[in-house]
Unconditional design. Structure first.
Length: 199
């Protein structure tokens, strides 16, 4: 259990396995079966880059320049609130999961949204770059092994969330279920955005 690989895996899993903007988006795309693998790839590669940056020492730079975090915080908060409002509108006008009746979102739109939910969220920097980076560097010469465990956890989590969500597709064949999901996403996003602005 003292292995840096296992420690990195467990720490990363504990951080990402929570209701958040990114996870809610991956879940929604998985249920809709739209561009799931590209979304999983973007989330995993983003975590890889952020964790690598943290281990390389960028976390110390971010901590030393709080103004950069403040700018990201308010930009991210505005984006999350806006996304939450869109989810609330969808909740008021829900649809069923019928592939023949709905127009799929374009890949570019989905990827831009995914990138924004990931890179405009200052909590992502605090979790991956600062926290995981600091914990990894405590492992000294085995810090990259810790990082490998953290990235592995991220990949497994997003694969499980995105591909596992397909099993819920039958449940989401009614407008009411989509109304509930989008309502939860709306409340989550707006709460995260407001919380971000107030902290």
């Amino acid at each position: 259990m003292n292995s840096p690989l296992v420690l990195g895996f467990l720490t990363s899993m504990a951080l990402i396995a929570a209701i958040g903007a990114q996870n809610a988006f991956v879940l929604r795309q998985g249920i809709r079966r739209e561009h799931v693998l590209p979304v999983i790839a973007v989330c995993t590669v983003s975590d890889l880059l952020l964790i690598t940056a943290g281990i390389a020492g960028v976390g110390a730079v971010i901590t030393a320049h709080p103004d950069a975090v403040t700018v990201t915080k308010f930009g991210g908060a505005a984006f999350l609130i806006g996304y939450g409002v869109l989810a609330a509108r969808r909740a008021l006008r829900p649809s069923t999961l019928n592939p023949s009746e709905r127009t799929p979102a374009r890949l570019a739109e989905v990827l831009v949204t995914c990138l924004a939910l990931t890179w405009l969220n200052p909590h992502v920097y605090l979790d991956t770059v600062v926290l995981l980076g600091t914990l990894a560097n405590e492992q000294r010469e085995q810090r990259w092994l810790f990082g490998a465990g953290a990235v592995l956890a991220s990949a497994i989590w997003f694969l499980g969330l995105g591909l596992g969500a397909k099993r819920l597709a039958g449940l989401f064949a009614t407008p009411m279920t989509w109304r509930i999901l989008d309502g939860v996403i709306a409340v989550t996003m707006i709460a995260l955005g407001l919380g971000m602005m107030l902290t």
